[in-house]
Design a protein around this ligand. Structure first.
Ligand code: MRU
Length: 413
């Protein structure tokens, strides 16, 4: 089942596009794909996307890609709806548009959504024409409410907005420009911390991976789902960088196909061997002894260790338990919601039925067929082997150890 994959070749650099967007220079790729469909061409087109080291200038933490960032008084993000066919970055100068970009999944993944909302609030402060502190605070309350409503399940969104709003508790911040600067500084700090947290989770989680392991993974939890590096895929990346020979089975993850489109795109460029599998093939691979460990992310984890994540995660947990395979969510403490006793209290987003009827515009059933489209499910904690956090790995009893992880007191650091 192991296959070696070639490392990516040197690739075209970014060029400035119109309308404040950057696009790679080989933008004929999508059109070409319609006419030529050999698998060789697919590989060529995948490799036409610039690798992470070409995604932007040198940045903090020694990494080079930011899924979302502040650029020239705007919020800049990679348009994840277009990947892997187009690499486009979009600049937003209106926080309403940032909220819409979160809803429409231009940016997605719990930590990335949190960072986008934080920069969105800093943008709201820049946009505001308020003449004094009370008027600016009113504008920011309204922006915070708009941003928080963009998507319901990922708690990082509200967590990030609340963190920025706490900056306003400092009543010595009187002048408008001082408030703007303080909010932007906090958003930038939050984004930088996200990368550092992911690398710490990567280091803890990599200790669970043995040389030769095959890892089953769901959705996209990589650099694109965070500011950089990733959560569960960050663990994969850390293990690979330690020199471990690993292979990854990527659930395609219907209906938005984050696994087939985004996780595969990331692993391809990192040179990490993988196979994309249909979601319903995961049980087959687990039952036939072809999976050593399951790694997933989370959008909200309750105090008792129940884990909400991309729809389809629950059955991975059940089948992993049935087959004696360890199941580890990789969860920054910003995703742990201690205010919720258990997973039944986690709001589950229901998305547009069109995502199921016609994924990416390709109709697979008539428009009038009734459809249900929950975007997340909850895996009860009894199926969870351990939860990797930036403060160590929490094991049962989760109601005790997750709290300790949030309070930064886990001992196995
Ligand atoms: O609907 P999405 O693509 O935002 O869902 C993303 C996931 O479910 C990820 O697994 C999750 O955010 C956790 S890892 C960053």
């Amino acid at each position: 089942m192991r296959r070696s994959q070639p490392h990516p070749q040197p690739l075209p650099m970014l060029e400035e596009g119109r309308g404040g967007q950057k696009k790679i220079s080989i933008m004929g790729a999508r059109a070409i794909r319609l006419f030529l469909t050999s698998s060789d061409l697919y590989i060529v087109l995948f490799e036409a996307i610039p690798p992470p080291h070409a995604w932007g200038g040198g940045r903090r933490w020694g990494l080079n890609m930011r899924t979302v960032e502040w650029h020239d008084n705007k919020v800049r993000m990679i348009d994840q709806r277009l990947l892997p066919w187009e690499f486009t970055r979009v600049d937003y100068d209106d926080y309403h548009a940032v909220a819409a970009a979160i809803t429409d999944m231009v940016v997605r993944g719990a930590p990335a959504i949190g960072a986008a909302a934080a920069f969105g609030l800093a943008l709201a402060a820049h946009q505001s024409t308020a003449a004094d502190r009370p008027a600016l605070l009113r504008d920011l309350e309204s922006a915070a409410s708009t941003l928080k409503q963009a998507r319901p399940t990922a708690v990082n969104l509200a967590w990030a907005v609340d963190r920025l709003m706490r900056v306003l508790d400092d009543t010595s911040l009187e002048r408008i420009d001082a408030i703007r600067a303080a909010l932007l500084h906090e958003a930038q700090t939050l984004a930088d911390e996200d990368v550092a947290i992911n690398k710490r989770m990567g280091a803890f989680g990599a200790a669970l991976i043995r040389d030769g392991d095959t890892i089953l993974h769901h959705c996209n939890t990589g650099a694109l789902a965070t500011v950089d590096w990733g959560t569960a895929l960050g663990v994969v990346r850390s293990a690979y960088e330690q020199g471990k020979k690993i292979h990854v089975l990527l659930d395609e993850t219907r209906p938005r196909l984050q696994g087939a489109r985004l996780s595969a795109w990331e692993l391809k460029q990192l040179g990490i061997p993988f196979d994309v599998i249909a979601d319903n093939a995961a049980g087959h691979f687990m039952r036939t002894g072809q999976v050593n460990i399951v790694l997933v992310g989370s959008d909200r984890t309750a105090a008792n260790g129940d884990v909400a994540n991309k729809i389809g995660t629950y059955k991975l947990g059940v089948v992993a338990r049935e087959n004696g395979i360890p199941f580890y969510p990789v969860v920054p403490t910003s995703t742990i919601d201690l205010s919720l006793k258990n997973g039944d209290e986690i709001p589950i987003e229901e998305r547009d039925p069109a995502e199921v009827r016609a994924p990416y515009g390709l109709p697979i059933c008539p428009d009038d067929y009734p459809v249900r489209n929950p975007a997340f499910d909850v895996t009860p904690h009894r199926y969870v082997t351990g939860i990797v956090t930036e403060n160590g790995i929490a094991y049962p009893p989760f109601d005790v150890n997750l709290r300790r992880a949030v309070e930064d007191t886990l001992v196995n650091r």
